[in-house]
Write a protein that binds this ligand. Structure first.
Ligand SMILES: Nc1nc2c(c(=O)[nH]1)N[C@H]1C(S)=C(S)[C@@H](COP(=O)(O)OP(=O)(O)OC[C@H]3O[C@@H](n4cnc5c(=O)[nH]c(N)nc54)[C@H](O)[C@@H]3O)O[C@H]1N2
Ligand SMILES: Nc1nc2c(c(=O)[nH]1)N[C@H]1C(S)=C(S)[C@@H](COP(=O)(O)OP(=O)(O)OC[C@H]3O[C@@H](n4cnc5c(=O)[nH]c(N)nc54)[C@H](O)[C@@H]3O)O[C@H]1N2
Ligand code: SF4
Ligand SMILES: [Mo]
Length: 788
């Protein structure tokens, strides 16, 4: 399968590669944030918007799910560079109206890059693509709802409908959306989480009884040791660096486990502090272990062996709170050190160095993200983190715990509200009791299974509450064909993306309000609520006038659709919900555990924290009422000769499939995205030179091949045999069947590829400059020395 050549509306001819940064944030971050904000919003709107961002009376950042400091510790500017970029993207003054759609046919839009599509601006009116039409045309809201209702009623079974959610959706919208799906009779509620932290949710639910992290921000700031594994916080959770800086000031040590030496883990220049502007900033990681891709399970089993050998065990905790210890000890006892070294690419001495730091710490926080969750063995790897945490009693004590760092700003809240294709029976019971209908009990389709079902013609209606399904899911060609095979695709969106272009036979685009905008649905000032990565729930209230008078809130869209398809007199008072979101929150209070008095509590400054039995009282709601040690066999991911193991990751200038720009400042890349980072020895060994243009070809078990063409080689320090390139450009390479065991998450971080000279050269060569330091402006040569 050869994916078509790179789109031509991006000019990457001036790609230049400088040295990697050894510090994150600092004045450059502030300058970039301001530049982007002013480009998109103008100066007045910039000031008005950013001063409300992450404030108690303001709105929650649409960026990541990192929590806010407690109200008394907030700054006037409580956001990071990438938070400002996320806001600027939404609050842009650019508009995509009916004139735009009249001018650009679908065939034209299909040739455009994700970057171009996103940069056109906010969608202003509902649009329809009628069957066989070459263009989208405007449609009235009521007609759009009537059309959806008609197509839903025509389905042979409710399970022929799929309701996808991306993680920006508010709790109110999520609660009504899942309710609509279940009243209709389906649990087909896939979400972005299926591609993200699903491995975490599965592993934690099975071992500690709840699929969420067990730490507070205070725990991170007061930990003795923090392990950051498979995560690039400098780009993807920038304010986490402030928490790490505080922890360092309190005496913490930090271990970074990552094939790449990410700038944000090396040093942080806090723009909130004078010394962040002029000095060297704070050194963060004390130890960096450049693990081979997919080698974390081996590393953690090695660390476990070290801890057992040195008797670094909290016997009291193990005895009173856990299950399966002996079996696990026996398993680790049989560990083969050579295998660990081979799988992890680390020496046993490096494993011991990490082990010794863990042994010396009586309060450790374990942080992780996509570098851990997107492999075939991800669930097993996360269970090994849990094993090590349990061994030392690092759950449910101050300064310690499990800290999966979530991606989308409300992805955790959406799950809490019932966006889940495998709902717990207790949740369905509560819905049944509250609303008096029988929710479907069979599990629904997750993201990958939904693609399969669509491809096989088993889905007639696909709706997405935000997101960009076509680009975000693996196996682009297959996913796009699946979407085209649906009768009606509906996207509730703020900005244009690939999923609006790859349509079902009929398609709707329904433009919604964003988080930064004032919501006056039902004639009253509405607010919504969200939950962060540490289970803190609070209200969010947008300050800006809506981008267009035609926009509707996500809650409005769900409730209006529900009325259109179910009529006004069903079991759910959709009209009341739409008129006052507090009516939804009162139902949430009845249905969702831990949400009693929800509507009152979300207005407390800083909101409230949801219960978490392991964190709160060391109780573990598993089948055996204890935390569970798990035994996972160690397998070495073998890569055939002449192949590389590729991870697909984010640049500093994107939010998932939304591309802000073409720079990846901390990695030294300017003006280019179609690059592949390869170790200098591999570049040579494979017979290439830096700047050569190659096609990436992935090979799959069934003998099929997939190609993503036209990537320039950049020499980059990492374990030999590993490579990296940006997502979503690389999604065509990942077979739909290549997914994590137990969670079905696409294996975005371990794709076996070979490099081939490009069949069709686009740009060749790069400028390799001893570029100015991204932060200080000092010129310096390429430097790969360890952090000081
Ligand atoms: N600005 C910005 N912020 C974002 C996002 C964004 O796109 N832009 N996306 C949001 C979302 S939805 C998410 S899920 C998060 C993602 O946040 P991250 O997980 O930080 O995102 P990635 O860019 O995928 O980075 C993966 C990191 O893991 C490392 N890694 C890859 N494979 C392995 C491995 O096998 N082992 C180890 N130990 N490390 C590995 C990579 O080198 C890289 O540093 O960020 C959220 N925040
Ligand atoms: N190869 C590879 N693939 C990956 C990953 C990877 O690391 N590698 N990461 C995976 C991960 S972690 C995730 S979370 C998924 C992301 O998958 P998605 O969540 O589906 O994708 P996004 O790019 O975040 O969606 C962006 C779109 O959301 C819409 N949007 C933005 N704000 C709003 C809003 O307020 N309301 C509404 N209704 N719409 C809005 C805009 O139209 C925008 O174009 O991708 C996954 N795919
Ligand atoms: S750390 Fe995340 S939530 Fe906080 S301002 Fe930055 S992008 Fe927004
Ligand atoms: Mo994510």
């Amino acid at each position: 399968m050869v994916r078509r050549a790179p789109r031509r509306d991006i000019d990457e001819s001036d790609l230049s590669v400088g040295s990697e940064s050894h510090a994150a944030a600092g004045p450059t971050a502030v300058a970039v944030a301001m530049k982007r904000s002013i480009e998109q919003m103008g100066p007045t709107r910039t000031a008005r918007t950013l001063l409300k961002l992450n404030q108690v009376d303001g709105f929650d950042c649409q960026g990541c799910a990192w929590p806010d400091p407690s109200p008394e510790h907030r700054h006037t500017a409580e956001f990071c560079e990438n938070g400002a970029k996320a806001v600027a993207e939404e609050a842009t003054k650019r508009r995509v109206g009916p004139g735009f759609f009249a001018e650009h046919s679908l065939a034209d839009l299909e040739e455009r890059s994700e970057y171009w599509l996103g940069q056109q601006g906010r969608i202003t009116e509902p649009m329809v693509r009628r069957a066989g039409a070459t263009h989208y045309e405007p449609i009235a809201w009521d007609d759009a709802f009537a059309m959806m209702a008609d197509r839903l009623r025509a389905l042979g079974s409710p399970d022929e409908a799929v309701f996808y959610t991306s993680g920006k959706t508010s709790n109110e919208a999520a609660f009504t959306y899942q309710l609509l799906a279940r009243v209709l009779g389906t649990n087909n509620l896939p979400d972005c989480s299926n591609m993200c932290h699903e491995s975490t949710s599965v592993a934690l639910a099975e071992t500690i009884g709840i699929g969420k992290g067990s730490v507070s921000l205070h725990d991170v700031e007061t930990a003795e040791l923090i392990v950051v594994a498979g995560q690039n916080p400098g780009t993807n959770h920038p304010r986490m660096l402030s928490a790490l800086e505080k922890a360092k000031a309190n005496g913490a040590r930090i271990i970074a486990v990552n094939p790449l030496r990410e700038a944000g883990l090396v040093r942080f220049k806090n723009p909130q502090k004078p010394k962040g502007w002029v000095g060297n900033g704070t050194a963060l990681a004390d130890l960096h272990l450049p693990v081979r891709l997919n080698g974390d399970l081996a590393l953690w089993q090695g660390v476990a062996a070290y801890l057992l050998e040195h008797d670094a065990i909290d016997r009291d905790f193990v005895e009173h709170h856990t299950h399966g210890f002996e079996e696990w000890v026996e398993h680790i006892g049989r560990l083969d050190r050579a295998e660990v070294e081979r799988a992890s690419g680390l020496t046993w001495e490096q494993v011991e160095e990490m082990g010794a730091m863990l042994a010396a710490s009586s309060a450790t926080v374990f942080c992780w993200a996509m570098g851990i969750t997107q492999h075939r063995n991800s669930v097993a790897t996360i269970k090994e983190f849990v094993n090590v945490a349990l061994l030392q009693g690092n759950i449910g004590k101050p300064g310690a715990g499990l800290c999966p760092v979530r991606g989308h700003s409300n992805v955790q809240g959406d799950r809490t509200m019932g966006i889940w294709e495998r709902p717990q029976p207790e949740f369905l019971d509560a819905l049944e009791k509250e609303f008096g209908f029988e929710p479907p009990r069979e599990n629904g389709l997750d993201t990958v299974d939904a693609v399969e079902a669509m491809g096989e013609g088993r889905v007639g209606f696909f709706m997405a509450m935000g997101g960009n399904f076509a680009s975000a899911v693996s196996d682009t060609e297959v996913t796009e064909a699946a979407l085209r095979n649906v009768d009606l695709t509906v996207h509730v969106s703020t900005k244009l993306n690939r999923s609006h272009v790859v349509t079902g036979r009929e398609a709707l685009i329904l433009p919604s309000l964003g988080r930064s905008e004032r919501d006056r649905t039902g004639g009253r000032e509405q607010r919504v609520t969200v939950e962060d990565s540490m289970s803190v729930v609070h209200a969010s209230h947008g300050p800006l006038p809506p981008a267009s008078k035609h926009l509707r809130s996500e809650v409005d869209i769900v409730c209006s659709l529900a009325e259109a398809v179910l009529g006004p007199d069903g079991v759910v008072p959709w009209g009341e919900f739409r008129a006052d979101y507090a009516a939804i929150r009162r139902r949430v209070a009845d249905v969702v555990p831990g949400c009693a008095a929800y509507d009152e509590k979300v207005d407390r400054p800083g909101g409230f924290t949801l219960p978490h039995p392991p964190r709160d009282s060391r109780t573990f709601p598993t089948d055996v009422d204890r935390a569970v040690f798990s035994v996972s066999p160690l397998e070495v991911l073998e890569v055939p000769e002449g192949r590389l193991l590729l991870q697909t990751l984010r640049s500093h200038d994107q939010f998932n499939t939304t591309i802000y720009g073409l720079d990846d400042r901390y990695r030294g890349i300017s003006n280019g995205r179609r690059v592949v980072f390869v170790h200098p020895d591999d570049v040579r060994h494979l017979g290439f030179a830096e700047g050569d243009v190659v096609d990436l070809v992935s090979e799959w078990l069934d003998g099929s091949e997939r190609t993503a063409p036209g990537f320039r080689i950049v020499s980059y320090e990492q374990p030999v045999g590993c490579a990296a390139a940006y997502y979503p450009e690389t999604n065509p390479l990942i077979p739909l069947d290549s997914k994590a065991e137990g969670s079905n998450t696409p294996t975005s971080k371990s794709v076996v590829v070979r490099l081939e000279p490009a069949r069709e050269g686009v740009h060749t060569g790069i400028t390799r400059a001893a570029r100015g330091d991204a932060e200080t402006g000092h010129k310096r040569p390429i430097d790969t020395s360890p952090p000081s």
